[in-house]
Design a binder for this molecule. Structure first.
Ligand SMILES: Nc1ncnc2c1ncn2[C@@H]1O[C@H](COP(=O)(O)OP(=O)(O)OP(=O)(O)O)[C@@H](O)[C@H]1O
Ligand SMILES: [Mg+2]
Length: 280
């Protein structure tokens, strides 16, 4: 597994002293950290070797001085394999949503991390690396998660549909992947919402309506009206959009994507359109 840097023997996996998992979306950062911990220790040792702290736990300096320090300080056995799991001789502290920790708490963590690095490894998970203080960030091996590729999203969504008895055709599947933009949680939420509202056979239109995305025909109509140079036509399309009450931010985001993708205007023209979007 690529998280385990330079593993000397298969029974002694080495992970970086501190790992940072970061991404703006939900491409399974938490799931990855939990999966690594489970693979290392198995169900029996997991509870005693792994401390998980998430956003619902207190994130002040007191937690670092008490709960985290107490857990980090205690050494564990020499790392005999148990039940086929590697069980390395260190523990793991998973700090989910680490960007919501106070600055004082982050400062206090620096020392704890260094002092107990032999017996405890840290996984920090965050959405915004800018909210992590530099001395902490620079002590970590960073893993930036990309949005999940369409193929992986689709496989998982199809698996869920299978288990839940939902029907999704190829068009709906690709619509779901594109409106959720590599965010698996968002895709699952849309699927759930559509299944509840429209029943087990879900169309592309159903998914668009639960997601709040603007139908492709609408954005395409605006773009072609603008290209035609016919002011009245463009005005009519804009009035349609206003009458439907589509959210402006969503409209701009979708128009942005469309403009970037068109190939019959120059990059300079695209740039000037983008500038106009920014002024909007
Ligand atoms: N390999 C997988 N198989 C099935 N479902 C998965 C897998 N990985 C992630 N998921 C599901 O995708 C969703 C998002 O995963 P996760 O909570 O790990 O994302 P995250 O990056 O931590 O998101 P956030 O930034 O919101 O905390 C969850 O519902 C999770 O159950
Ligand atoms: Mg998470």
């Amino acid at each position: 597994m690529r998280w385990f840097a330079s593993s000397p023997t298969p029974s002694r996996p080495q992970i970086a002293h501190t790992c940072f998992f970061m991404a703006h979306l939900a491409p399974a950062k938490t799931t990855t950290a939990l999966a690594i911990a489970h693979q290392l220790y198995g169900p029996e040792l997991y509870k005693s070797r792994v401390l998980e702290l998430n956003a619902s736990d207190d994130r002040g300096i007191n937690v670092v001085r008490t709960k985290i320090k107490d857990f980090a300080a205690v050494a564990v056995g020499s790392g005999q394999r148990q039940g086929g799991y590697p069980c390395p001789p260190y523990k793991i502290i998973i700090l989910d949503e680490a960007d919501s920790m106070t600055e004082d708490a982050q400062n206090a963590l620096r020392r704890t991390m260094e002092t107990y690095s032999k017996v405890t490894r840290f996984f920090f998970i965050c959405n915004y690396i800018s909210r992590i203080i530099e001395p902490l960030a620079s002590r970590c091996a960073k893993f930036r998660f990309k949005p999940l590729p369409e193929e992986i999203m689709s496989n998982r969504i199809l698996h869920i549909c299978n288990e839940e008895g939902l029907t999704l055709d190829t068009e709906s599947l690709s619509t779901l992947s594109s409106i959720s933009q590599g965010d698996l949680r968002r895709a699952i939420t849309y699927l759930q919402g559509a299944a509840r509202l429209f029943g087990s056979s879900i169309s592309s239109k159903d998914l668009i309506s639960v997601s709040g995305a603007i139908p492709v025909e609408v954005t395409e109509a605006i773009i072609s009206a603008c290209k035609s140079g016919d002011f009245d036509l463009a005005n009519k399309e804009v009035n349609n959009v206003i009458a439907e009450g589509y959210p402006v931010s969503q409209m701009l985001a979708q128009l942005f994507e469309k403009v970037v993708a068109v190939d019959d205007i120059s990059d300079e023209q695209k740039g000037s359109h983008m500038q106009e979007f920014v002024y909007c």
